[in-house]
Ligand binder design. Structure first.
Ligand code: PEP
Ligand code: MN
Length: 264
């Protein structure tokens, strides 16, 4: 793996802030919704606008995303606001379409990271890209599976590679939607210190009122960034309503969080 300095280079090459902030709705719903949120976020500390367009729902019967049309909405949002764009890809077709529409950051969802075949297919489709690729931890608390996925992307010569910690499923009742199991992410950092580590407090907590504290813990643990689901009308979001925050709340959060300027 490359050393920490080289990793700094990919953040620097893209002129990215520390902490790197990725924000936007869980799902793209309509063109107006994507554009409205993008405009509300553009003056904040946000670098990437996220929006899921292919949604891997645990059970059928829920909203499964608007599909490829959403890529055009993201493109338009970028043109109007200057925000870079981010979406989830879960197979070769998604990758091809996202690359065709020049999406800047592609992330691999937790339900994809568990499958070495899917990870390999996506890695092959992305071979040699200079897009940013972020690998979410697998749904289950398995550090080797997470590292294995990262290794597949590294072998495919993905230069701008990072990971997202979104917590782990548990059958036991917990105050979290997905238990953070901080030790797994800390072990990841120790094993692969060159790979930037982003925290996703939205999917860890499942509840908007816990997002600040989890974000602060991540920053105190030297994480490199945060991905936070943001919607102007969280309660009426088409997916993950309970965990989304408004753009105003996000802005205030970044005023209140203790952010370390030095990461080395
Ligand atoms: C998401 O980011 O909206 C998502 C589906 O996340 P995860 O893969 O972490 O469940
Ligand atoms: Mn979500």
């Amino acid at each position: 793996m490359e050393n920490k300095k080289e990793y700094r280079n990919w953040l620097d090459a893209h002129k990215l802030d520390h902490p790197l902030v990725i924000a936007g709705p869980c799902s793209a719903e309509t063109e107006d919704q994507v554009l409205k949120i993008a405009h509300q976020l553009k003056d904040d500390d946000v670098t990437y606008l996220r929006a899921g367009i292919w949604k891997p729902r645990t059970r059928p019967g829920n909203f499964e995303g608007v599909g490829a049309i959403g890529l055009k909405w993201l493109q338009r949002a970028k043109k109007e606001t200057g925000l870079l764009t981010a979406t989830e890809v879960a197979n070769r077709t998604h990758v091809d379409l996202a690359l065709e529409h020049d999406i800047d950051l592609l992330w691999i969802g937790a339900r994809s990271t568990v499958s070495p075949f899917i990870v390999q297919e996506i890695a092959d489709a992305l071979e040699g890209t200079d897009k940013v690729v972020l690998v979410k931890n697998p749904v289950n608390p398995d550090l080797a599976l997470w590292i294995g996925a990262v290794e597949r992307f590294h072998t495919a010569n993905i230069k701008n590679l990072g990971v997202i910690h979104r917590g782990f499923s548990t059958y036991d009742k917990s105050k979290y939607r997905n238990n953070p199991e901080w030790q797994i992410a800390v072990d990841f950092q120790t094993r692969l210190p060159d790979i930037p580590l982003i925290c996703d407090p939205s999917h860890i907590t499942g509840k908007r009122d816990m997002i600040f504290d989890v974000s602060q813990t991540a920053l105190d643990l030297n994480y490199d960034g945060l991905m936070i689901e943001t919607h102007y009308d969280p309660d009426n979001a088409w997916s993950d309503a309970a965990q989304q925050v408004t753009p105003e709340t996000l802005l205030q959060m970044f005023k209140d969080l203790r952010i370390r300027k030095e990461y080395d």
